[in-house]
Design a protein around this ligand. Structure first.
Ligand code: WTA
Length: 636
């Protein structure tokens, strides 16, 4: 399944379009199946109904763990770097990881989890997080990992949507110089979650936590009760592997569902080809460092499943890039001789600001490939990454994809595809992008822009949104019938290279995190005294996008009172969603620009947030055009 030259890429691409079934069947054969599939693909994008490797049986953990024991049982699967550089790290070989996953899978069974049950995981970036994820997969339980920065309310919403039976957490978490009370947050969440019967608590910070009899048990105590013998549950290729919640333009986050077979094949194939990962490189065992959190799709696919399915070595970092100082990433690269670094533009931009001396006192010569993910990378950041981290000697793969796509769709193959700053370049084999205009008419040729859609399924595409298939259809497959709509705008240049320009819907991308404007508005509106609000994004030097909130208060707050109210609103948003959704700017207004039918004209609000002071375009459809003048006067 390995592509090594641009010619091979072109051949593979052509084959994947002409005969997708045999293309993917050949790749899937490289994995371990308990029973082969009978039909490689069944699909339609109308219902939608998408099935890969129909009738095939497997367990992803046999592919990620057992399969490697004989050949590389003593090679490192996971290297863990703690938050505090002075604390000892952990290296888990494949044998050790297999042992721990089996033991913890038995713990889950002991606590009543059976195949098909949903298990919520809310943990810091410790090896036990990966172990918990894999243990679920081992016994066919469906994991729903919730990012550690989300609030109790957000955890509760996700638990209730999926009716999780059990949650795995830790007493606390270390993040930079902060200690975060994870179990406390879970306790708050569980007040409203009757489906949860058990809480398994890992010891990390040894902070005092309440442990309820009959509900809460310690990870370490439980482990003493089990053996390391846990046969893998035989799963259907189309059984659910996990749910991951993500934001859209409307309503609450939805649970994107990925299934066992297709997801595995796609995560592994893209991992190997995009990064050109060789487990045994010329300088020995290659170390892959993805800086994302396992709470996001990037962590699922390129910290856990992709690297392990390929028998690779994946580095998990618990902390933040600026602790103890802004040289921490470079310190880790140097210390663990990292070969591939996969991070987000927002991290690059923030580290750029700390100057080169933080970089230059480290040996980065082990680096061979650099990756970027999560948001468009601006040219300045691209060049800084190339010049100062890669020393103009490491290809940069700007990987475009989404929670819904399971793995990377558009990206250079490291060292194979000619790169161009800020371009995700070309579709991977099996990926058929198409640009359409507002009416869904295909925009052909090069040197064009449009809305990015896919016209054919790849194995990693989402299958449904948990508990609400109609929402999946509406969100992704109804805008342009017959196509999967990504929600992104995109340009295809004269060379046929793709450049993703950002979301065309009401989804913000703040520091690489996806946040729906409607979600933030709902949170703001929960604050007593808020009548109505409208949230838009604006360009932010480091975060990519900042959050700008226009708020109508019951009583227009002035002076010190306004500051206090703003702080209360921020606290409310933190309580309802989490700190990542806090607006960067809040402007109190007396009215919002609405059309006669009551729709907020966000276009105008976006312009004002971007600093535009005139030229608001056509405002003739507004109910009260004078509102715009007022808002402009108070713009921040
Ligand atoms: C954006 C993250 C430009 C895009 C893997 C997409 C990108 C959303 C890139 C998905 C990139 C991701 N260039 N934009 N290389 N990668 N995006 O679901 O808007 O957290 O729709 O998945 O991030 O975010 P998600």
């Amino acid at each position: 399944m390995r592509i090594r030259t641009f010619d091979e890429y072109q051949t593979a691409y052509q084959k994947s379009v002409e005969d997708p079934e045999s293309f993917w069947a050949e790749i899937a054969q490289e994995f371990q199946w308990t029973k082969p599939w009978t039909k490689t693909l069944q699909w339609n994008f109308n219902e939608p109904n998408i099935k890969w490797f129909v009738g095939g049986k497997l367990n992803i953990t046999e592919n990620c763990l057992d399969r490697h024991l004989a050949t590389q049982g003593d090679e490192p699967a996971i290297i863990w770097e703690p938050n505090d550089p002075n604390e000892a790290g952990v290296t888990l070989t494949y044998r050790m990881l297999h042992d721990q996953v089996c033991r913890f899978a038995n713990v889950l069974k002991r606590n009543g989890v059976v195949k098909g049950d949903r298990v919520c995981i809310y943990m810091p970036m410790v090896p036990e997080l990966a172990i918990a994820v894999l243990a679920c997969a081992r016994i066919g339980a469906i994991h729903s990992v919730v990012f550690g920065g989300f609030s109790a309310q957000s955890i509760a919403d996700r638990i209730n949507d999926a009716q999780c039976k059990l949650i795995i957490t830790s007493d606390g978490a270390y993040r930079g110089n902060k200690e975060i009370p994870m179990k406390n947050t879970v306790d708050d969440a569980l007040i409203g979650c009757p489906s949860v019967k058990r809480v398994i608590v890992l010891t990390r910070t040894r902070t005092p936590v309440s442990m309820l009899k009959g509900r809460d048990v310690w990870w370490e105590q439980e482990l003493k009760q089990v053996t390391a013998d846990c046969p893998a549950e035989v799963m259907d290729a189309e059984d659910m592997l996990f749910i991951l919640y993500t934001s859209g333009s409307t309503g609450k986050p939805k649970g994107v569902v990925h299934t066992c077979g297709g997801y595995m094949v796609y995560a592994a194939y893209t991992f190997q080809n995009v990064f050109q990962y060789e487990k045994d490189g010329p300088t020995g065992r290659q170390v892959f460092f993805c800086t994302a959190d396992i709470g996001w799709i990037t962590g699922h696919s390129y910290i856990v499943y992709g690297p392990l399915a390929c028998g690779g070595t994946s580095l998990i970092f618990e902390g933040v890039p600026t602790y103890p100082d802004a040289g921490r990433f470079w310190d880790i690269v140097d210390k663990h001789k990292v070969n591939t670094l996969y991070t987000a533009p927002t991290a690059i931009r923030s580290l750029m600001g700390f100057g080169l001396d933080k970089v230059e006192n480290h040996d980065l010569s082990s680096l061979q490939v650099l990756g970027s993910v999560g948001e468009p990378i601006n040219e300045e950041a691209w060049h800084w990454y190339d010049d100062h981290i890669g020393k103009n000697n490491c290809p940069i793969v700007d990987t475009w994809w989404q929670t819904e796509t399971g793995g990377i769709l558009i990206s250079p193959l490291a060292g194979i595809t000619k790169t161009k700053p800020s371009y995700a370049t070309l579709p991977l084999p099996g990926v058929q992008p198409i640009l359409v205009d507002e009416n869904g008419v295909e925009i052909e040729g090069n040197g064009v822009s449009g809305n990015l859609c896919m016209k054919f399924p790849w194995p990693g595409i989402l299958r449904t949104t948990y508990g609400d298939h109609e929402r999946c259809r509406q969100t992704y497959f109804a805008t342009y019938p017959g196509l999967y709509f990504t929600g992104d705008g995109c340009m295809r240049d004269e060379d046929g290279y793709y450049r993703i320009t950002g979301r065309v819907d009401d989804v913000l991308n703040v520091s690489g995190h996806r946040i729906g404007t409607a979600e933030v508005e709902n949170a703001i509106n929960m604050h007593t005294g808020v009548v109505e609000s409208a949230v838009v994004g604006y360009p932010h030097d480091i975060k990519g996008q900042g959050i700008y909130a226009y708020i109508i208060a019951e009583q227009f707050p002035e002076g010190h009172d306004a500051d206090l109210t703003k702080r209360d609103i921020l606290a409310t948003v933190t309580r309802v969603i989490g700190p990542i959704a806090k607006p960067d700017k809040i402007q109190f207004v007396t009215g919002l620009p609405k059309t006669r039918s009551g729709k907020i004209m966000r276009r105008i609000l976006r312009k004002i947030a971007e600093g535009e002071t005139s030229n608001m375009g056509d405002t003739s459809t507004l109910l009260d055009p004078a509102v715009v003048e007022d808002i402009m006067k108070g713009a921040l």
